[in-house]
Design a protein around this ligand. Sequence first.
Ligand code: GAP
Length: 491
Amino acid sequence: MAAPNIETIVSLAKRRGFVFPSSEIYGGLGSAWDYGPLGVELSNNVKRAWWRWIVYEHDEIEGIDSSIILNRLVWKYSGHEATFHDPLVDCRKCKQRFRADKLMDEAGAGDLREVKCPNCGASDWTEARPFNMMFRTTLGAVAAEDDPAALAYLRPETAQGIFVNFLNVQQTMRRKIPFGVAQIGKSFRNEITPGNFILRTREFEQMEMEYFVRPDAPHSKLVDEWVEQYVGWYTGLGLSRDNLHLHEVPAEELAHYSRRTVDIMYRYFPERPEEERQWEELMGIAYRTDFDLKSHSNKPADAEGKRINPDSTEDLSYFDETTKERYYPHVVEPAAGVNRSVLAFLMDAYSERTTDKGETRVILKLHPELAPIKVAVLPLAKNKPEIVGMAKAIKRSLQPVMRAVYDDTGGIGKLYARQDEVGTPFCVTVDHQSLEDEAVTVRDRDSWAQERIKVAELKEYLQARLKGPVPVGLATEATPATEPPANVPAG
Ligand code: GAP
């Protein structure tokens, strides 16, 4: 089973220290959320799992970490200044502001006049007008806030930091096409209607990868291959395939840089009666052509003698030493959201189980790699110093290799229940007998089965079991994790 709705996760997340509403003591900020002690572990584990997979397990991918604030010209030539807009409308009656396209989507309407205001029920809208979603800021000590020379933006995608570093990475790492560059980092969008917990916020984190290929590579096939790899990654880490859905983005809805995009959607709204309204984008895989590298390049004059990008100091084309060709590589981009991944993993891991006494327990069946705490060490008798001492020593011995906690703030039943609810795969109980036989009881979160293990063997035992199931489609014989997607071989 998965969570019945996002609200169940909102309440669990707050109750157990995963995610808190931001600045709550001042009434909150609507669209902002803070990750608590367990949330930051989960989110770091998602990012670590992605980095290990995408950068370490793909031989042809490098990682970088570029700035959040880039030269404003990056956003001019990326097209974001001119086109990164959402259509904005106001309700004339209650003055609330909405995204026109979302209103129509959600109401299944072809015309805004058919849509009622979700706030007051009226249907009296202003004309839709474009609203640029980039956050503006000013750099340095400037006289006027709106001094155009000081204007800068917080990045709305991490991708541009990769494009402007294309040659730096290619040359320093001596890379040949095809190769990819990955990055994880915060992005910012002044969303008109943020909402649904961490699904749509104004500040969020992305895990993006730009995969540079020859212009004549089979781009559509590459998009399909990356879709398959990501479905494998997500299902390998616990998402049910039934809760993922592939959406071919219609031509009229493509972003300005994309010639084809497939969105991997997650069933974030299982409670909605209509199947088609249950899905929201988890990530997208786009074929961006050579749009970005070309538009950031100081290209020679065109037929009319006009230079296309006079502001850039570089030509970001690539010279193929083997074929002696010079070209602008094309790009296939898998772009995933950290926060949306965290939410999907939480929703899919959620389950309930009824005890013999008829009590309902929540069990978060997170993949061991993602679980915020890997093992909790619990003393059966907290008043017995030898047992407490032994439990604390075991916790300390495990800590260098896995996140371990010690807890003695309740009876054993309550302690187990608490760990189940936050997804801890194993509990280790130290009891009176442990003092004699140097062994402990290891309890499994999902089956509640218990096993007696020698303390001397505990670390290796847990490490072996924490590896979890082999991610589907990633490490099978047929598709080794390191195999790059197909590409037209150079020359
Ligand atoms: N570089 C391409 C790009 O940014 P996108 O589809 O706009 O593509 C990629 O964003 C991913 O970033 C989305 O699939 C989603 O997971 C995440 N994302 C985008 N906007 C978001 C928001 N306002 N809140 C949370 N996550 C967001």
